[in-house]
Design a protein around this ligand. Structure first.
Ligand SMILES: C[S@@+](CC[C@H](N)C(=O)[O-])C[C@H]1O[C@@H](n2cnc3c(N)ncnc32)[C@H](O)[C@@H]1O
Length: 279
């Protein structure tokens, strides 16, 4: 399969439900992110694409690291302050420091987390994610975010949907093109969980990048990456939170969401992030 054929299969509505090919000759989002975070589960194509991304946007590594920190702070908030004990984490990524169940179970050992990703390399590392505390539990599902029926069926077996669930979609929705209606996908997930449940999203912001950087990323994601990136502006990202009340400080750059004291505010990320509570 050529790079273009592979990309077309994975990023169009026609490719819905088709498994992501394990193809080391093209870059994968999960492996590029792993490389930027300092991991070892990546190949030459991933490293080259990540380097090209950083050349286009010198703050890309900062954005990736801050995105991961945002995930950690959001999960800690959800477990500690919102009292959430059930997590549906879609777009898990290759396990690294501070996986969702580790952060949640450090606060609440009885927390249960079901992880979902469609990348075979994440599946290959799933054992690390199943390393749960005894009181809680973790589960892994190899599925595409667009296959909400399958995700919800499995999640209902593992979690109690009569109690609040935190749905986390961190750095994944920009891999879903408009043709696959990401708002409807988020809506279906939120409809399935009870009021008092939470939605956490981070997303590459088209309005947080200059025109040159946007064009550079668009060029890269069409050419060398298996997934195409769809950047969205603040208003488009805010629409994912319809039917929720945003937790303070609302929809902000990820590094501005409840930062740790003493965080350096000089570099700016290109990621929007927020947490909303379902009404
Ligand atoms: C950049 S990583 C983010 C990992 C983690 N959420 C974080 O923020 O640290 C994005 C993950 O989303 C996964 N992903 C992208 N599109 C997906 C889809 N349609 N269905 C399931 N997973 C998807 C990728 O395989 C990758 O592991």
């Amino acid at each position: 399969m050529t790079t273009d054929e592979t990309a077309a299969r994975n990023d169009s509505a026609a490719g819905k439900g088709a498994p992501l090919a394990f193809d080391t000759s093209v870059a994968h989002q999960a492996r590029m992110y792993d490389y930027i975070l300092g991991g070892k589960d990546n190949y030459a194509a991933d490293r080259a694409a990540a380097e090209a991304w950083v050349k286009t946007d010198p703050d890309a590594a900062f954005s990736a690291k801050e995105n991961r920190r945002f995930l950690g702070r959001a999960v800690r908030y959800l477990a500690e302050e919102a009292g959430i004990r059930q997590f549906l984490d879609i777009g898990t990524g290759i396990p690294t420091a501070g996986n969702t169940h580790e952060v949640a179970q450090a606060v609440a050992p009885d927390a249960r987390v079901i992880y979902v990703d469609y990348d075979p390399i994440v599946l290959a590392h799933a054992r690390t994610l199943l390393n749960s505390s005894e009181a809680g539990g973790t589960e892994y599902l190899d599925a595409d975010l667009r296959d909400t029926d399958r995700i919800l069926d499995r999640a209902r077996q593992f979690l109690d949907f009569s109690r609040p669930v935190a749905v986390t979609l961190v750095a994944i929705l920009h891999a879903i093109p408009d043709a696959d209606d990401p708002r409807a996908i988020v809506g279906t997930l939120l409809d399935a969980v009870p009021p008092g449940s939470y939605l956490t999203v981070s997303h590459l912001g088209s309005d947080l990048l200059s025109k040159e950087k946007r064009e550079g990323i668009e060029g890269l994601s069409g050419r060398v990456m298996q997934q195409r990136m769809t950047m969205r502006d603040r208003e488009q990202v805010a629409r994912f939170f319809a039917g929720t009340d945003l937790v303070e400080p609302g929809l902000v750059r990820v590094e501005q969401w409840r930062p740790e004291p003493g965080a350096d505010g000089t570099v700016k990320s290109s990621m929007w992030g927020a947490v909303g509570c379902k009404r």
